[in-house]
Ligand binder design. Sequence first.
Ligand SMILES: Cc1cc2nc3c(=O)[nH]c(=O)nc-3n(C[C@H](O)[C@H](O)[C@H](O)COP(=O)(O)O)c2cc1C
Length: 195
Amino acid sequence: MVGQEQLFIPVILGSIREGRRSLHAASYLVSRVIAAGHASEVVDLKELGLPMYSEEEGEEQHAGVQALRSVLGRSDASVWLSPEYNHSFTGVIKNAIDHVDTELRRKPVAACGLSGAPHGGVRASEGLKVVLIEMHAVPIRDSVHFSEARHLFGADGELLKPEFERRVDLVVNELVWYARALKWGRNTIPVPERP
Ligand SMILES: Cc1cc2nc3c(=O)[nH]c(=O)nc-3n(C[C@H](O)[C@H](O)[C@H](O)COP(=O)(O)O)c2cc1C
């Protein structure tokens, strides 16, 4: 039986906007990962204050860049939550990914979206999956789309639509399955050589 040990699955919060609605959704995702018996935390790109990727001297030593790479390096899987901005995921998420090197390789990712619109967040999460593939990450099929976000959480972050819990737990369970399978694979199967 592949291990039953606790995994570390951080949630990357991809909005730095004043009054961002994604904060409650990210905290909720963290709470469901923990409820499933795993460790999690919000990785707040606002707090990290990453520089725009430029390869300027000293960029790799920036505390935020090091913190991001460290938390992803320690992770077994991750959840990336982005609001939909202009039919895509946010620029801060793309910039964060540009700072990442090998830390996501052969690890599963749940790309999740949020928006104020009824079908909101789908274009953000689907676009993000394409970018994650280039990182040799393994985006999973399922996502949580926090659409009509204004009506989803109360002022203190309480979930107003309890039916969302099932969807979030399904995604967490899928992610955990892939995390275990890929952790076993990384530790067991030689990675193919690349010319
Ligand atoms: C610059 C910008 C562009 C947006 N573009 C879209 C969009 O293309 N589709 C959509 O459904 N919502 C769009 N929205 C609405 C956001 O998804 C909504 O405001 C959401 O709450 C933003 O997440 P945040 O509050 O965590 O920043 C946009 C919002 C902003 C600020």
